[in-house]
Ligand binder design. Structure first.
Ligand code: CMC
Length: 392
């Protein structure tokens, strides 16, 4: 059985060559196409980052206008998709709805699924980036029992999303620009993160030449887990469970106890053995949002800050290099923006879609690309003869 290298969790196996995202986990550095995430989050807008991830360069003004126009004019989804939503039980988890509806896009958009045609690949990419906010907002509206709100193309990507989520037919809704900017920043921070589990899933699914919309649905399924995108929801539920600052030490002890499966949600990362650079920006954005909304003495934020303080000074966490990750502060921010916890991972999926597509596109365009087909170390029974059921 010594024929293959066994690398559980692929901690030391590169599955591809990529020019999109660079991470130095020890230094806490994250670059997209060479640009530091801090600069992109501070100065860029989300569609600019999408363009950068997809095409490798920041767009010129003309390229940007053209890209914005094309994305904006693909935001509507086929009217029949409404019925797809309403087929789900009203209490379905929005991520379950997302897996189904995004997968179903493969049944609606046949004219962008010939992956050998660069034009069709481009149209499929634009469609997914453009329609994901619409689908995510519809999942939200269905979840809270309100009518779907159609996209408004004069708004920015993030503002349009907030509009589709929070506008109601009976009253005026104006998007708060500070909150729209925070939403935009959250999208930028989640846009790509090299070969994480869901991105690897998309690449693996796509390596067989599968339908691109179906590949993204596979990525969404993978992202749902609490060890991955589901951590933001789990982190906020944990803060709720802790409840008061004085109970933090009890949870710190539980996290350290090897016989207790409990982990501090929003802490630790496979690659970052330093502060996740995205978590720093997320923390700042969190304070901006709470400030704008006039939320003071937020119990969850108090617990979060104290938890972070203790974890950063505790032997166990220092030794294991467990720092807060992006999911730690995104939950509090999203809650303040008005989203229920069940929507958090949906927002992660929305933002990560561009990363999935950029990575999928890079793979399809890579001449050395092969179907992803890992080998195994067989540890089962050796050959034996079939025994008739009466004799077993
Ligand atoms: N709380 C307590 N102990 C932890 C934690 C934690 N959050 N994370 C890791 N450890 C310990 C773990 O018990 C292990 O100890 P030992 O070496 O004594 O067995 C050691 O640290 C290494 O952990 P690991 O599970 O082998 O590391 P990994 O690279 O396989 O896992 C992780 C990375 C993110 C899954 C893990 O840190 C974790 O479960 N964190 C909590 C969930 C979370 O916040 N996930 C979000 C990840 S970031 C963005 C995203 O993907 O969404």
């Amino acid at each position: 059985t010594g024929m293959f290298t066994y690398d559980p969790g692929y901690t030391s196996t590169a599955s591809c060559e990529s020019k999109i995202t660079y991470i130095d986990g020890d230094e806490g550095i994250l670059l997209h196409r060479g640009y530091p995430i801090e600069q992109l989050a501070e100065h860029g807008d989300f569609l600019e980052v999408c363009y950068l991830l997809l095409y490798g360069e920041l767009p010129t003004k003309t390229q940007k206008d053209d890209f914005d126009y094309r994305v904006t004019h693909h935001t509507m989804v086929h009217e029949q998709m409404n019925r797809f939503f309403t087929g789900f039980r009203r209490d379905a988890h929005p991520m379950a709805v997302m897996c189904g509806v995004v997968g179903a896009m493969s049944a609606f958009y046949h004219d962008s699924t010939d992956i050998s045609d660069p034009h069709q690949r481009m149209v499929a990419s634009l469609r997914m980036i453009a329609k994901m906010p619409t689908i995510a907002a519809m999942a939200y509206k269905y979840h809270v029992g309100q009518p779907f709100v159609y996209p408004r193309n004069e708004l920015s990507y993030a503002a349009n999303f907030l509009h589709m989520c929070f506008a109601v037919p009976c009253e005026e809704y104006k998007v708060n620009p500070v909150l729209a900017r925070a939403m935009e920043r959250i999208f930028i921070l989640h846009a790509d993160h090299e070969q994480n589990a869901s991105t690897s899933t998309v690449r693996l699914a796509g390596s067989s030449g599968a339908n691109p919309f179906a590949c993204i649905a596979a990525g969404i399924a993978c992202l749902w887990g609490p060890a991955h995108g589901g951590a933001n929801e789990a982190a906020l539920n944990m803060l709720d469970e802790i409840g008061t600052v004085d109970r933090i030490p009890e949870y710190i002890e539980r996290a350290k106890d090897k016989n207790d499966p409990f982990r501090l949600m929003g802490f630790g990362h496979r690659v970052y053995k330093n502060y996740d650079p995205r978590a720093k920006i997320m923390q700042k954005t969190c304070h901006e949002v709470l400030g704008e909304l006039g939320i003071k003495d937020d119990a969850q934020l108090d617990i979060a800050m104290e938890l972070e303080r203790i974890a950063l000074t505790d032997e166990y966490f220092i030794e294991k290099k467990l720092y807060p990750n992006i999911d730690f502060y995104s939950g509090i921010t999203l809650k303040a923006l008005g989203f229920p916890t069940t929507m958090f991972t949906v927002l992660f999926a929305l933002a990560r879609t561009v990363g999935w597509i950029a990575q999928w596109k890079e793979m399809i365009e890579d001449p050395s690309q092969k179907i992803g087909r890992p080998r195994q170390l067989y540890t089962g029974a050796t050959q034996r003869d079939y025994v008739p059921i009466a004799k077993r």
